[in-house]
Each structure stands twice: as C-alpha cells, then as structure tokens.
Design a protein. Structure first.
Length: 341
C-alpha cells in the first residue's frame, strides 16, 4: 500500500513538472540539452531566398560555435517582428530599418537595432511590362497591391516626395502577400509593393506571357536609407551585450558566405525549406549582393553609423513620416553593439 502511495505521489510530481515545462512559454536564455543557449530568431518575411543567410549560419555551425541553439521562425513583416521581439516571443529578428524608425516614432516598443543586413533599402514598387508603369512619374492614378503595414506601403509617402509625386494620387489595394505576384500578372493592379529581390519571383509568376518586371527601387531615390536591420530587445542589448555581439557576429558570417556564394546559400535554404525554388532563390541572392555591399561601401559587414542614422531620421521628419524630435539615433540603434572595423 505504501509503495502504491509513493508511486502515485511521484507521478503527481512528475505531472506537475511536465505541465510547468509545457507552460513555460519563451525558453530563450535557457540551456538546451546540448549545453548551448536557446535563442529564437525571426526572419524578416517568410522563408524566401533573401533569408538564406540565417540558415547558412545554422548549417555551418556559426551559431553553435558562438554558443547558441537557434530556432529560426518565418517572420511576417517588420512591425510584427518588432512586436514579437518586444513581447519576448523572440530574441532576435530582422526588419526594415526605415519602417522600424517610423514605428518607434509612433510606438515606444522596447526594441533596438544592432547592425545592418543591407546598406541600402530594398523596398520597391514592382510592375510588369505593358501595365503602364515605367517610371515613378507613371504612378499617379495607378493601383498598387500590397499588405497593409508593409515596409513598401509605410515608406511610400517618403518615396513619393523624393520623386515629386503626390502620395495620395496612388491607390493601395490591401492584398495578402502570397497572392501579390498572381494579382499583378492578372492585371487587376498595375503594381505591387515588393522588395527588389522579388523580381525573379514576379517574372516566374508571369511565365506564360514572359513579361519583364519593371522595378522602381526606393533606394535609388533615397540612397541614404538602410535596408533590413538586426533587431533585439533593449533589455537584451543593455544586460547581455556580449551575447548580442556573438549572435550578430555569427549571423553576419552566414551573410558573408551568402554574399560569396549565392547558389550554395540557396541550396542550404532548400535543405531546411524543401519547397524552395532553387533558381528563384539564387537569383534573389544575386540581386541582394549590391544591397549588402554597394559599390561605394567601405565599412565592415553590418556597419551602421550615427551620422547616417541621423540622416534617415531627418529625411523622415522632412517628409512628415514622423514628428520632429520624435526619435533620436540612440532611440533606434545601439551603436556600441554594431560591427566595428
């Protein structure tokens, strides 16, 4: 009888422990079974070719060498990534820097950026030949499909001012991202919001008519804008700077390898995301190279400077995208953790 009571008591304790483990939520900061620190990471958007560098860092053991057991989860856009990181559901994420600044000027989320993936913005409006858009001056009166709150939509008023058109003259049609290429190919919209690396994806969706994509990159009119940035929580940056530096360094090693060999990076992505189209992913990464390291770029990979961050903020203030004095450089980036030469 005593033995039976002991067994029942032991099972109850084990049951409570199991429930506690299942309800523990975010397990960041805890040690994995292999002794590595568990870290959660969000891509900027889905698992397109442009996100391959994180999988390269995982595959080549760069995260492991830095002491991390990293779980990569597809993100769903800058604002969502920021909110998930701020809420502790993820430790790190990727988001467009300009959209991050605009968001932080309106919502005081506890997040900061610690390095740049792209030295130039990849945001763009994309069309196809024959749909009436060949230059920015063709945009007034046109309908653009895009996800509400996307980087391309949030930044459009800034771009419109830079190219000399009224942002209100362009209609944005709320559309789910997966359907954007087909929506454009059907001609139901004349353009869509898209990162420049989406060109091969757009042309692949229109393979029946074989039309070439028309790309209007925001970065051409606004060369001071950064592209995607590495995001973490402000408390993480303040309390665990060494961890942040190690993680950023490992991620940037994956980015460097991706820059050096886009085809190999695409193949690595396919290993982890089997439905990856190798040809499309490789083309995306080849296009992305000039945004990682533009011709005039001389800094270290991931570089970010206070002067340029201030330029971005000033530009957004002049374009009325954010209020005057709403944010300062130190509110949006932790420069002490950014890569140094």
């Amino acid at each position: 009888m005593r033995l039976r009571r002991s067994v029942i008591a032991l099972m109850a304790v084990l049951g409570l422990a199991l429930v506690s483990a299942c309800n523990s939520g975010d397990d960041s900061g805890k040690a994995a079974d292999n002794g590595l620190q568990k870290v959660s990471y969000l891509t900027s958007f889905n698992t397109f070719g442009r996100e391959a560098y994180a999988y390269v860092a995982l595959e080549k053991g760069y995260f492991k060498d830095a002491g991390f057991d990293v779980k990569i989860t597809p993100g769903s856009g800058t604002v969502d990534v920021m909110k998930l990181v701020a809420g502790g559901q993820a430790d790190y994420g990727i988001g467009d820097f300009t959209a991050t600044v605009i968001t932080l000027a309106k919502q005081k989320l506890p997040v900061t950026t610690v390095g740049m993936v792209h030295q130039r913005s990849m945001a763009a409006i994309m069309s196809l030949e024959g749909l009436g858009i060949n230059s920015p001056k063709d945009l007034p009166g046109k309908t653009i499909g895009d996800q509400p709150g996307s980087t391309n939509t949030v930044m459009f008023p800034v771009y419109a001012k830079a190219v000399g058109i009224d942002p209100k003259s362009v209609t944005f049609l709320p559309s789910p991202p997966p359907g954007l290429p087909a929506l454009l190919a059907s001609g139901k919209v004349q353009g869509i919001g898209q990162f420049v690396v989406g060109q091969p994806l757009i042309e692949n969706a229109d393979k029946e008519k074989h039309r070439k994509a028309v790309v209007l990159p925001y970065g051409k009119a606004l060369p001071d804008l950064y592209g995607n940035a590495i995001i973490t929580r402000t408390d993480m940056a303040k309390d665990h700077p060494d961890q942040v530096k190690k993680f950023t360094g490992a991620l940037l090693k994956g980015l460097q390898d991706t820059y050096d060999d886009p085809a190999a990076a695409a193949a690595t992505l396919k290993k982890y995301v089997p439905n990856t189209d190798l040809a499309v992913a490789t083309k995306e990464l080849e296009i992305m190279k000039e945004y990682i390291k533009p011709d005039d770029f001389k800094g270290p990979l991931g570089d970010v400077t206070q002067e340029r961050v201030q330029k971005v903020i000033s530009l957004l203030e002049e374009s009325d995208a954010i209020g005057k004095g709403a944010v300062k450089p130190e509110d949006v980036v932790t420069l002490s953790l950014a890569p140094k030469s």
